[in-house]
Ligand binder design. Structure first.
Ligand SMILES: [Zn+2]
Length: 451
């Protein structure tokens, strides 16, 4: 999911001290030159990633490509299955009702340079994590370009997943490639992870952490617009089944149309959304955001014949909540609100809608701005862009929470500028991809150290 950055302010993030180590400064200059030289290849690589239509369950093709690329770079490559039974009891698990059979994730490991590893260098390890799953491009007929072609025009690449977040995946791989091409030995281990299911709850990243892939910090190049988000929301998915009483359309006045009754539920959701967005109900970090909590009816299924009164209608809704709100309490409040609204309807009082929370179940979170990792990102951003690092909040969610909330691993999202995310004609700005790749290379050098 994309961290839609809102309320961006010029909070001045303290930067790491100017590198006193002249080796680090020289290493960065060499890495930036390597990124410049290989940028055409990086854009081609992104295009190849985009040409894999990696919607949920269809991610193996793009994972094979990433695995081969990391292998060719000399990394140790693990292809790791997701075993839901191993993560089901863990904090942050999303109760998925879809299968993981045969799917795998990729972890490429580049150990610290030199014989003694990190013990000898005193460096720190870093995870670069990106998701390769993308949302559906439907209706494809509304796009002005092929969603799976990666067409370049006007400094942008268009296509599903360009912004969210295959450009970020390309950036993290090409940042490491540039460090290698410049002959820099990093002082810490680097793990390059490409995960699935970020768009539906994050079980991919959770599974890698459960399988023991850990480091001193993690960077996720989601399309943050070359800025940082200091908070993201919690997200809950819910399926709401509404019953009617079927009949021939000729007898519709004596039947109950489930699609029409679903409208009562839809209105209740919008009322609850308005209540949750009241200024006095807001988390302080979201006080200046225009409409922080979006209760989105994303799917509706009802009926199958114009001349039949539908017996059933199902809504699938994405709810959101603030950092610090307990998901169980939010869930209870939403159920209560929908059922109270339904009780005002004669039919729905006797046949209440059934709410099932499924899939995405992620907590909101606030992140510190004063850690070493943020300092390294701010310093690298300032060096590459010549401006202070913008900081805002996200009205979506992202996989940072698994690292920071449940495993104590500092994590940031920092990535390129993208637009039309989850919509038609999604794009990423290619100059921002170049800048992001440089910033990530700088972070690798500053965080891991030069061996
Ligand atoms: Zn994303």
């Amino acid at each position: 999911m994309n961290p839609l950055t809102q309320g961006a302010t010029q909070i001045v993030v303290p930067m790491a001290a100017a590198p006193s180590d002249p080796r680090a400064a020289a290493a960065k200059a060499a890495a930036f030159a390597a990124i410049e030289q290989a940028f055409g290849q990086e854009v081609d690589f992104l295009k190849t990633l985009v040409r894999h239509p990696s919607t949920r369950g269809q991610t193996n093709g793009v994972q094979h490509l990433v695995a081969a690329t990391l292998h060719a770079m000399g990394l140790r490559v693990d292809e790791v299955p997701v075993e839901p039974e191993r993560i089901a009891g863990r904090p942050g698990f999303s109760p998925a009702d879809w299968p993981y059979d045969g799917l795998f994730q990729v972890v490429g490991t580049l150990p610290a340079a030199g014989a003694g590893g990190m013990a000898a260098t005193g460096g720190r390890s870093l995870i670069l994590n990106g998701h390769v799953d993308v949302v559906s491009p439907e209706p494809v007929g509304h796009w002005t370009r092929d969603p799976w072609a990666g067409e370049v025009a006007g400094g942008r690449m268009y296509g599903r997943g360009t912004g969210d977040m295959k450009a970020g995946v390309g950036a993290m791989i090409y940042a490491l490639k540039a460090v290698q091409a410049a002959g820099i030995g990093l002082g810490g281990d680097v793990l390059v992870e490409t995960v699935l299911d970020e768009e539906c709850g994050g079980n991919g990243t959770l599974a890698l952490l459960a399988q023991g892939y850990r480091a001193g910090a993690a960077v996720i190049p989601e399309p943050s617009g070359l800025g940082l988000t200091r908070a993201h929301l919690g997200v809950l998915w819910c399926r709401i089944r509404v019953r009617g009483r079927a009949a021939h359309a000729g007898a519709a006045s004596r039947a109950v149309n489930a699609v029409e009754k679903a409208y009562v539920v839809l209105q209740a959701i919008k009322t609850l959304e308005a209540e949750a967005n009241r200024p006095e109900a807001r988390h302080p970090l979201y006080a200046a955001v225009e409409h922080p909590l979006n209760y989105n009816v994303g799917v509706i299924h009802g009926g199958d014949w114009p001349s039949s009164v539908p017996e059933a209608c199902t809504l699938e809704v994405r709810f959101a909540c603030y950092p610090g709100e307990a998901l169980d309490a939010v869930q209870a409040r939403l159920c209560d609100g929908v059922l109270r609204a339904a009780a005002a309807d004669d039919w729905l009082r006797e046949h209440p809608p059934e709410l099932t929370f499924f899939g995405f179940r992620g907590e909101g979170a606030v992140y510190d701005l004063d850690g070493d990792l943020v300092r390294a990102v701010a310093a690298s951003h300032a060096q590459v862009l010549g401006t202070p690092l913008p900081v805002g909040v996200s009205t979506a969610s992202d996989d940072r929470r698994f690292f920071q909330l449940y495993h104590g691993i500092p994590a940031v999202c920092y990535g390129p500028i993208g637009g039309q995310l989850h919509a038609v004609d999604e794009w990423v700005d290619l100059e921002s991809l170049r800048a992001c790749t440089c910033v990530l290379a700088g972070v690798l050098i500053d965080w891991c150290g030069v061996a």
